[in-house]
Design a binder for this molecule. Structure first.
Ligand code: GLN
Length: 451
């Protein structure tokens, strides 16, 4: 049924880069056979899922939205993919994304944009716009995203779906193509809080193949999602996330959510987090710096594209020509920014200062969580903007992640879930819930109470 739905609508939505029809049917048949034999089935047996094209899949193309990896077929599965298969999930295919997960609109994909199912002329968010659009258009009930600065939560917010960035280190990064390794985190996308929790439990867990993987039990997120409640909780409203640049309808729906939390028995207080105003600047030094290092491996020799190799050129020239042809503008912009921020003589002033800001933000979260159980804010300052509107204005594009980035810098957990439609444009608004590291279950407890 989901493959038929993809056939019917994906020409318009363009959520998928690759539909693995045969693989999906084979996985579904294998589940049926297991069931017929009376074998124990995985927790998500037979449930279809759309996978962001940033995870390596054995024998199935993985492009990361880039020409650089066009035609590359990985020889191994990412740990997350192995975990999905162990849960008996049926993987429908790979979803569209901004190239190397850099963007907030999916317009930076080398394979063309994805439409927002609420209004196909608008962006579905990014970088994981394909995953959120696949869920919102009923092409898949579950999807996987990755969140470096907001790429799970911002697409969830603008498509009226649920997305969770788990605590950093909760979901293995092995086989997840690296953008900014200290920030990148895979996580679940779904239409309900409970669905997201079921997927969260299936993908999380310690992995010795990822040196930053957390060796701690997965928080009881499914139990929390089944027992939504905020009674007796202390909830903090982040003072910084409103005012100039915030759409009136977004603020209105957020304020209504706060009233709802109060009416359900939460004590709500305002929390002042002044260093959050510096988060975007710090992020746009740290993320490009790490990206400039991570993307050095795309040298035209090891994987995917090789340009200008006519037998007369040096390896160095082939690498330069390949990188010129293979990377899009935004990726090049970040490599240049990051290389500059890391260069000797500038390192302390740029990268070093950004790391200090990161520490201050982390401490501010710690201080806040001494007073409150969770923090809340709008997920994004505005609803989905029209395709093309911010494409030539990187600063305007970067502002889409104003509310989501501090969480990545500190490494704690956050969720976006729908909280109504903005009256002025009828488009979905996201409520963001932020929890301390390793307390991901609080997101689900609160989310299930207000969903
Ligand atoms: N939009 C942010 C960026 O462009 C975040 C991307 C992400 O989370 N992958 O870097």
């Amino acid at each position: 049924a989901h493959l038929a739905r993809i056939d019917a609508v994906d020409e318009k939505v363009h959520a998928f880069l690759h539909v693995d029809r045969e693989g999906a049917l084979a996985q579904a048949r294998a589940v049926d056979e297991k069931r017929a034999r009376g074998e124990k089935l995985g927790p998500l047996a037979g449930v279809p899922l759309a996978l962001k094209d940033i995870f390596t899949t054995k024998g199935v193309p993985t492009t990361v939205g880039s020409k650089m990896l066009e035609g590359w077929i990985p020889p191994y599965d990412a740990t997350l993919v192995k975990n999905l298969k162990a849960a008996d999930v049926v993987i429908l295919g790979k979803t569209n994304m901004d190239e190397f997960a850099m963007g907030s609109s999916t317009e930076n994909s080398a394979y063309g944009p994805t439409g927002n199912p609420w209004d196909l002329t608008r962006i579905p968010g990014g970088s994981g716009g394909g995953s959120s659009a696949a869920i919102a258009s009923y092409e898949a009930p579950l999807a996987i995203g990755t969140d470096t600065g907001g790429s799970i939560r911002q697409p969830a917010a603008v498509t009226g779906t649920v997305g969770v960035k788990p605590t950093y280190g909760a979901v293995s990064r092995y086989g997840m193509v690296a953008f900014s390794s200290s920030l990148d985190q895979g996580g679940p996308c779904a239409r309900t809080v409970l669905d997201a929790a079921l997927l969260h439990e299936a993908i999380a867990g310690h992995d010795p193949l990822d040196s930053t993987s957390i060796d701690a039990p997965v928080p009881p997120v499914v139990e929390a999602a089944r027992n939504g409640s905020v009674a007796g909780m202390r909830i903090g409203v982040v003072k910084q996330f409103r005012g100039e640049g915030y759409q009136a309808g977004v603020v209105q729906r957020f304020d209504e959510s706060v009233e709802l939390l109060k009416s359900l028995g939460a004590e709500v207080v305002e929390v002042d987090c002044p260093t959050f105003d510096l988060a975007l600047s710090a992020y746009y030094l740290i993320a490009p710096s790490e990206c400039s290092s991570n993307l050095a491996r795309f040298d035209g020799l090891r994987y995917g594209l090789r340009a200008g190799d006519d037998g007369t050129r040096s390896a160095e020239d082939v690498t330069a020509l390949t990188r010129e042809a293979g990377f899009g503008d935004e990726v090049k912009r970040r490599i240049i920014l990051g290389t500059y921020a890391l260069s000797s003589g500038y390192y302390d002033a740029w990268f070093g200062s950004a790391q200090k800001v990161r520490t201050l933000i982390t401490r501010e979260f710690e201080k806040a969580f001494e007073q409150v159980d969770v923090l809340v804010s709008p997920t994004t300052p505005t609803t989905a903007f029209p395709i093309g509107e911010r494409a030539d204005d990187p600063m305007a594009m970067y502002l889409a992640d104003l509310c989501t980035i501090p969480t990545n810098l500190a490494g704690n957990a956050a969720m976006s879930l729908p909280c109504g439609l903005a009256p002025e444009d009828g488009l979905p608004v996201g409520l963001q819930i932020i929890a301390p590291a390793l307390k991901d279950d609080r997101l689900y407890k609160v989310g299930a109470a207000v969903e």
